[in-house]
Design a protein around this ligand. Structure first.
Ligand code: GLU
Length: 379
């Protein structure tokens, strides 16, 4: 399992994000969900969960289902019409997933996200925690973009990138894009007979790989190969493997496990390492947390989270979820992390036991000032 990120076996995954495109899920003519296909996917997901894998679904198809149900005109819709269609379609989709997953005793929980949720630290940390909690209790998170309130400028617009952002956000190790194409070719295979199939792309997306994606976009779903390559970049950066395969066969996940044609994108680091690099290298620290000697030992040797009781002082003005530097009493850097409290509240709970937080702040915050998962300690 150590080299999971080099493996091309989906059964090796611990945490999988599965993206389901509109064209697979929705019967274009009637605007209904392909029920039989979805049932077979639910069975595959049940099998994956039974072997201990965590599964998150990113689904498209809300607009495709809703537009038909609301009898909206054919052709391209105005933004407000798409938003209305999505509002209607998301309910119908959620209902379909709830039913098929329910047959296998799986609970489904819906989260509709916007681009801002993956960019704004506070929202990001909430979205991440919610998904983590759902996975912990064994539910299957069902995610789509909140098309109904996101305006054009702040939309992802396609669920390929959304799925990759979600995978990065929750440190998933595997992203499966079920698509209407079986993988990446050197050119568009519908136009170029000499187009060659690519089995594996390693480490990063080179300009030549990018060029292969061309500009092909199917008109039904909004994700062409371009958005898939953009998704691959996000996934690889986050240490997450990504695979593109045709989703149409019944039991699509099983088909992939059994060796269906596909293209794997393999990162050169684990999600954990990539996340640590992101926290310690890419984020701008917005403040400092000075900790005592006991906390330093706990952080360094026991690999524990940073609790308020070990904090002596909070410096700077920052919001919950932002990056801060953790320093020792002499000003030496101990590490960096994403803090669970904004500076104002963090200052109020300095030195307190976790059990005293609620009384002090008037709400039940997190026990940790910085959770271990969001902390990089220099050893
Ligand atoms: N969020 C859109 C929907 O549910 C789909 C976007 C896409 O097709 O990638 O209808």
């Amino acid at each position: 399992m150590g080299d999971l990120f080099k493996s091309t076996k989906v059964t090796d995954a611990k945490r999988i994000v599965i993206k389901i495109g509109s064209a697979l899920l929705v019967d274009e003519k009637h605007g209904t969900v392909h029920r039989k296909w979805l049932e077979t996917l639910a069975k595959d997901i049940a099998t994956a969960k039974a072997r201990g894998q965590e599964v998150v679904i990113v689904t498209s198809g809300a607009i495709a289902v809703g537009r038909r149900h609301l009898d909206l005109p054919k052709g391209s819709l105005r933004l407000d019409e798409k938003q209305a269609a999505a509002a209607c379609g998301n309910i119908r989709l959620a209902h379909a997933y709830q039913e098929v997953l329910g047959h296998h005793q799986m609970s489904v929980a819906q989260i509709l996200v916007t681009l801002e949720d993956s960019e704004n630290r506070r929202r990001y940390i909430n979205a991440r925690n919610t998904i983590e909690t759902l996975l912990k209790v064994g539910a299957v998170p069902l995610i789509n973009e909140n098309d109904s309130i996101a305006t054009d400028e702040i939309r992802f617009g396609d669920n390929d990138r959304l799925a990759a952002r979600v995978a990065a956000m929750i440190s998933a190790d595997t992203l499966v894009l079920f698509s209407d194409i079986d993988g990446l070719y050197t050119a568009d295979p519908s136009k170029d007979k000499n187009a060659e199939f690519i089995d594996v792309v390693e480490a990063f997306i080179s300009p030549s790989i990018e060029a292969m994606a061309g500009g092909s976009a199917s008109d039904f779903g909004s994700g062409g190969m371009m958005t898939k390559i953009a998704a691959a970049k996000i996934a690889l950066n986050a240490g997450c493997r990504m695979v593109i395969t045709k989703g149409n066969p019944l039991h699509p996940l099983k088909a992939l496990e059994d060796g269906a044609k596909c293209t794997w994108f393999l990162p050169d680091a684990t999600p954990k390492k990539a996340r640590k690099q992101w926290i310690s290298g890419s984020l701008k620290p917005m403040g400092e947390v000075i900790v005592d000697a006991g906390a330093i030992t706990a952080l360094k040797t026991e690999k524990s989270s940073l609790l308020p009781i070990g904090v002596k002082e909070v410096i700077g003005d920052f919001m919950r979820g932002e990056a801060v530097i953790v320093k020792g009493p002499e000003g030496e850097e101990i590490g960096r992390g994403l803090i669970a409290y904004g500076s104002e509240d963090a200052r109020k709970i300095v030195g307190l036991k976790s059990s005293e937080i609620k009384e002090k702040l008037g709400y039940m915050g997190r026990d940790e000032m910085i959770h271990r998962d969001h902390l990089v300690v220099e050893l």
